[in-house]
Design a protein around this ligand. Structure first.
Ligand code: ATP
Ligand code: MG
Length: 420
């Protein structure tokens, strides 16, 4: 959570004690700036509809919201809500993909005196320099943007004796003139950017308990994919810890899409079967191919059009270019690897930011460390792998494994998400 919305929540609590205000300061609303979505031409309506649905899903349980779409901007009102509740709404909107900035704003009548009054009050108890930035989405307003800024700036200077500084001020007061009202605000927090979840279709993430796959899932959600998750546990040869980790990772990622499903497949016996077929150095790559084949079977059932993994080139022995090519050969669906060109430290920074790192770092018994051969093949040959799979009847085994998947619904907001 950014400091600015936190500060806004605290100020709101102090000012109104959690009760809806009727002091003429202007109704508190959430104003969001959209990014790429505004560039999508005739597809724009589709994008907006998807985004509005996602916003409603993220606001679930907060009470009635009123959404209004303007050019490149969405305003959400919660009539009758306390400022604290609006601050909570703003916090949730910070996780909705497709949003670039989230602001808590005061909604003020289109009257320069009323606007000036709210702007002056918004700077009470602030210190340091300030600037006013005004813009008009409605050009019929009788004052130009610079006239508005000068007018309000001199009122603030008079009231609080603060110096104006146009370049890199300590505080900025934003005034945005719209069709029916004016919005006044001082802070904001960056959103996730990207595209609304669901806009690009559906895919299945192969989700270990590790650091990489949750970040890969996040990256693809941000490009508009709605994702399901598939975790292979080492059960019955390991405990259930890796499943708990996968569950809490998915719950954490559910903030960004809602309605997440986690499928869990016990993989221990299949690993044993692979080992008994005498694969030796090929154990890891053969296992990964069987995971992918199982994932493909499940994805087809779920309407997923791609698989997603957390592979990064060269990070471990199974991720050499030759081995990655051998993995691609196992399935027909495309395998998306959004982390392929990233360093581990970059992936960890992102994992920390999206709140998955501490969960990933919990100890568990990963199924991949079961039955690991002493030496791992770094240049697996596709004909060798295919031969092993014929002996194992890997296609049928994958069908069987997909059939054993148990589904969970880890929801960030709790209860039934109701999302598609
Ligand atoms: P991660 O941190 O995501 O576990 P990793 O660096 O440990 O990745 P590998 O263990 O080789 O690398 O796994 C590469 C990818 O294979 C993972 O990112 C994930 O997509 C998939 N994968 C590995 N183990 C599992 C598992 N137990 N269940 C589901 N997918 C897995
Ligand atoms: Mg791993």
């Amino acid at each position: 959570m950014s400091a600015s919305l936190d500060t806004a929540a605290v100020e709101a609590r102090e000012a109104v004690g959690g009760v809806a205000r009727s002091d003429g300061l202007g109704e508190l609303c959430v104003l969001m700036k959209l990014g790429e979505i505004v560039l999508k031409g005739s597809n724009r309506q589709l994008f907006e509809r998807r985004l509005h649905n996602n916003i409603r899903a993220a606001a679930r349980g907060l009470g009635e919201i009123k959404l209004s779409q303007r050019k490149g901007v969405i305003v959400i009102r919660m009539p009758g809500a306390s400022d604290l509740e609006v601050a909570e709404l703003g916090e949730r909107m910070g996780n909705v993909m497709g949003v670039v900035w989230v602001h808590l704003v005061r909604r003020v009548p289109k009257d320069i005196d009323a606007v000036t009054d709210v702007a002056v009050r918004s700077m009470a108890e602030r210190t340091g320099t300030f600037a006013v930035r005004a813009r008009r989405r409605d050009k019929r307003f009788p004052m130009s943007s610079s006239e508005i800024a000068v007018h309000i700036g001199s009122a603030i200077r008079g009231a609080h004796n603060l110096p104006v500084k146009l370049k890199k001020p300590d505080n900025t007061v934003f005034v945005e003139v719209d069709k029916d009202e004016v919005f006044v605000f001082t802070d904001g927090m960056p959103g996730q950017g990207g595209l609304p979840v669901g806009m690009s279709g559906r895919a299945l993430v192969l989700m270990s308990g590790g650091i990489d796959s949750p970040v890969a899932a996040y990256r693809m959600m941000r490009r508009g994919l709605k994702v399901d998750f598939l975790h292979f546990s080492g059960m019955p040869f390991t405990g259930p810890e890796s499943i708990y980790k996968a569950y809490s990772l998915v719950r954490q990622l559910d903030r960004f899409q809602s309605g997440s499903r986690l499928f869990v497949v016990p993989f221990g016996k299949a690993q044993q079967q692979i080992k008994n077929s005498g694969v030796e150095r090929l154990q890891i790559v053969a296992q990964r191919r069987l995971m992918l084949k199982t994932a493909e079977t499940l994805a087809e059932r779920l309407g997923g059009a791609a698989l997603i993994t957390g592979d990064a080139l060269g990070q471990v022995a199974s991720q050499t270019l030759t081995n990655i090519t051998a993995l691609d050969d196992a399935v027909d669906l495309p395998i998306l690897r959004p982390l392929v060109g990233m360093d581990k430290s970059e992936i960890m920074t992102e994992a920390r930011r999206i709140g998955t790192l501490t969960i990933s770092e919990l100890p568990d018994e990963d199924c991949c460390t079961l039955l690991t051969p002493r030496q791992v093949e770094t240049a697996a040959k596709i004909p060798d792998l295919r031969q092993i799979e014929r002996r194992l009847d890997a296609e049928e085994l994958a069908e069987h494994l997909a059939g054993t998947a148990q589904v969970h619904k880890p929801s960030y907001l709790g209860g039934d998400s109701g999302a598609a």
